[in-house]
Design a protein around this ligand. Structure first.
Ligand SMILES: C[S@@+](CC[C@H](N)C(=O)[O-])C[C@H]1O[C@@H](n2cnc3c(N)ncnc32)[C@H](O)[C@@H]1O
Length: 272
């Protein structure tokens, strides 16, 4: 009995301390949609990073950024979040020179891979790739702190991590709060493209967007398309939400999904 009371007190104290530590950790480390992967970089990628990083990578700042001052020409701004190895971003920037592109990615090997592609484009044409810049930081932070409200034409999110386990769903990038942030940054009639090969995530995305009155599925709002200045929408042949097929590169994670026999969902929403 003599030992019981202190032991109980100690135990309770321990539980209390543990909870306190967890709460502090939660405050200090918000839930992230990614895990920090150092990602093995090849020697070539390391060289590319050292050689071209300063041309394209934007330094961390807490201030709003005037992108027109950063890019050589002022143009509507398109963002790709989580560009992975950069296949799609490099292709879009090359094909649509009339737009400026901002890639946001936290995966160092992916950033090096995109830099390599941009350097190749530039080697063939010195003016190519001058319409691309890279933010190597958390997209949520970049959008919150560095991007002016109502300034983005399009936001692309291709194959975001599906976080399939239920206890990890809170890590999914597409959440109501995140969509509200995108809505705040997009111009009126701006576009959000999302693709996934994960059926449950596709449902989650569709439900989240349906519950958010700031976006409409593009196919259900065909009238608005006429007023829209989006790069993809300028091309004539689309008529449905599957309009993305043929307008973007097949990405690395799309290949993974295809190999597993997954159905690819391409979704396109307009800021109303
Ligand atoms: C599943 S991969 C898809 C990559 C590429 N889009 C593709 O289709 O191959 C998701 C990518 O998003 C990046 N990512 C996830 N959350 C992010 C965030 N909050 N900010 C920036 N990048 C993020 C990850 O680092 C990862 O490279």
């Amino acid at each position: 009995m003599m030992f019981r009371v202190p032991l109980l007190v100690l135990l309770e104290h321990g539980v209390f301390l543990c909870r306190l530590t967890m709460t502090i950790q939660k405050i200090q480390c918000p839930i992230r949609s990614y895990v920090c992967r150092s990602g093995r970089m090849s020697r070539a990628q390391q060289r590319v990073l050292a050689r071209h990083g300063s041309d394209y990578v934007i330094k961390k700042t807490d201030q709003l950024i005037n992108f027109n001052a950063i890019f050589k020409h002022s143009a509507p701004l398109i963002i790709e979040i989580g560009f992975g190895m950069g296949d799609n971003l490099a292709m879009m920037a090359k094909t649509h020179g009339q737009y400026n592109y901002l890639g946001i990615e936290v995966y160092p090997a992916g950033i090096a891979s995109l830099l390599g592609k941009l350097a190749d484009h530039q080697a063939n044409d010195t003016t190519a790739a001058s319409n691309v810049r890279i933010f190597p930081y958390d997209a949520v932070e970049v959008l919150r702190h560095n991007v002016v409200d109502h300034s983005i034409q399009e936001i692309w999110i291709l194959f975001p991590d599906p976080w399939p386990k239920r206890r990890h769903h809170k890590r999914r990038l597409i959440q109501s709060e995140f969509m509200a942030l995108l809505a705040k940054k997009l111009v009126k009639h701006g576009i959000v493209y999302i693709a996934t090969d994960h059926a449950d995530y596709a449902n989650h995305i569709s439900t989240t967007l349906k519950n958010c009155n700031q976006f409409a599925l593009l196919s259900s709002r065909k009238k608005m398309i006429d007023n829209c200045t989006s790069s993809v929408l300028e091309q004539e042949q689309y008529s449905h939400t599957s309009l993305l097929a043929g307008h973007r590169s097949v990405t690395k994670y799309e290949h993974f999904g295809q190999r597993l026999g997954h159905t690819i969902s391409d979704m396109c929403f307009i800021r109303v």
